[in-house]
Design a protein around this ligand. Structure first.
Ligand SMILES: [Fe+2]
Length: 235
């Protein structure tokens, strides 16, 4: 069973699932991909958009019941994908923002053009405050595509997450060589779906895991899609 730590399945709280019906379709899609655990990481933007925590937890419970009713063997865990802003640490310490399965492992995103100095500072500040930053879809940040920068933030305690779709796209004819290289060099720590719906941005984690097995071997693929993600959830 795979463990997906980046998934926008809770409906009506961000740009992920738009309705209970779509969320149920996403559950079925994840099950078909062999996913057994999902961390439901809705977007939280400290200091910008209000996050409706009550609605989030109500719908998380509703979805877990829906999975059980429909015989889908998937366990859901709370989490957030947190935009790094000047208020992120304050939100984390006050509990307005929380980590993966409420742990100190936090899924963090940046704006794509964020300068490396700011990314580095964010990683240091989070690490010094006792958090493990898991950088979401690391392939999106222009400055983090430099391998020396990837190594630097990893040395400072960050884990690097790549999206399943990016892994799969690299298998196309003329697929991205950078993606292949950073996977092979073990610069990417884990892969997650970042699913937003059951259509154009659906869960493809099982397909990515199969490709990783072919390229990197069973053990590395299992580490990236099961072992490390489960550790990050404290499982
Ligand atoms: Fe996301």
């Amino acid at each position: 069973m795979l463990c997906d730590i980046h998934h926008h399945i809770v409906y009506g709280v961000d740009d992920g699932a738009k309705s209970l019906d779509v969320a149920k379709q996403m559950l079925h899609a994840a099950a078909r991909q062999g996913v057994g655990e999902i961390c439901c990481t809705s977007h939280c933007t400290p200091g910008y958009r209000h996050f409706d925590t009550d609605a989030y937890f109500r719908r998380l419970e509703e979805l877990q019941s829906a999975a059980e009713q429909e015989g889908i063997d998937i366990a859901l865990f709370p989490g957030m994908e947190i935009l790094y802003t000047e208020r992120t640490l304050e939100y984390l310490s006050s509990g307005k923002a929380f980590g993966l399965n409420r742990s100190r492992n936090v899924l963090i995103e940046f704006m794509p053009e964020t300068p490396f100095m700011l990314i580095k500072r964010a990683v240091m500040d989070l690490s010094n405050a006792g958090y493990t930053p898991v950088l979401a879809h690391v392939e999106r940040y222009i400055e983090l595509t430099k391998e020396k920068h990837m190594l630097r933030v990893k040395q400072d305690g960050a884990k690097l997450q790549m999206n399943a779709k990016t892994v799969l796209d690299s298998a196309a004819l003329f697929g991205n060589r950078w993606t292949k290289r950073v996977l092979k060099n073990e610069l990417i720590d884990l892969v997650a779906s970042d699913a937003h719906n059951a259509d154009k941005r659906k869960c493809e984690l099982g397909d990515a895991q199969k490709l990783l097995e072919k390229r990197l071997g069973k053990e590395r693929a299992a580490f990236m899609t099961n072992k490390l993600p489960r550790q990050l959830l404290g499982r």
